[in-house]
Design a protein around this ligand. Structure first.
Ligand code: ITT
Ligand code: NA
Length: 188
């Protein structure tokens, strides 16, 4: 069985909603995160570490919010920023901007110790990554659903916190990454 390795129940709920809980098991492990300016190397390093820990095929999910006017901040630092200043203060920082375009990105990284079709090219154990991106806008917080930055991210007239997990998956960075992953994994 495929192990979805995360400490984040919100990510897990969306992965289970998309893939079905017969396809994945939840594995709660806090793999050490390297620092890098983009998500892919963070996810790849995490997948290798998680595979070594778990000893079964794993997927890790690294995600972040990229605010254009802040050159992509908080991006790969989204988790740190959420736990330090918090989502409401990210909104307060963005509020004075005249335009607030942003994107969410999600990188799923798969590792089972075997060769993959398109490995991340940095030696070490083979890992394959699947990226999903969605564009939107930073807005004043609305909605009780979702998790993390969802209340301040609007896409198509609603924030992600105003959608169910299934509705969010139809549009979201994670839904898109899960779609690409699922298509590949079914051939494997
Ligand atoms: P892991 O155990 O999977 O690493 P994490 O919450 O630490 O869980 P990340 O390192 O990927 O996850 O940090 C991502 C940050 O971005 C974190 O603050 C999340 O709450 C937030 N985030 C990730 N996906 C999101 C989404 O779909 N909607 C809103 N916020 C999201
Ligand atoms: Na993390």
């Amino acid at each position: 069985m495929l192990q979805y390795v995360t400490t984040n129940p919100g990510k897990l709920r969306e992965a289970e909603s998309y893939l079905g809980d017969e396809m994945i098991d939840a594995y709660d492990y806090d793999y050490p995160e390297i620092q890098a300016p983009t998500l892919e190397p963070i996810a790849a390093a995490g997948a290798r570490d998680a595979y070594r820990e778990v000893g079964q095929p794993v997927v890790v999910d690294d995600a972040g919010l990229f605010i254009e006017a802040f050159d992509g901040f908080p991006g790969p630092y989204s988790s740190f920023v959420e736990t330090t200043i918090g989502v409401d203060r990210v909104w307060e920082l963005a509020e004075p901007l005249s335009d607030r375009p942003a994107s969410f990105r999600c990188v799923l990284a798969y590792c089972d110790g075997e060769a993959v079709d398109d490995p991340v090219d940095d030696g070490d154990l083979p890992v394959q990554c699947f990226t999903g991106v969605v564009d939107g806008e930073i807005v004043a917080p609305r909605g009780d659903g979702g998790f993390g930055y969802d209340p301040i991210f609007e896409h198509d007239g609603a924030t992600f916190a105003e959608r169910t997990a299934a509705e969010k998956n139809e549009l979201s960075h994670r839904g898109r990454a899960l779609a690409a992953f699922a298509e590949w994994y079914q051939q494997r």
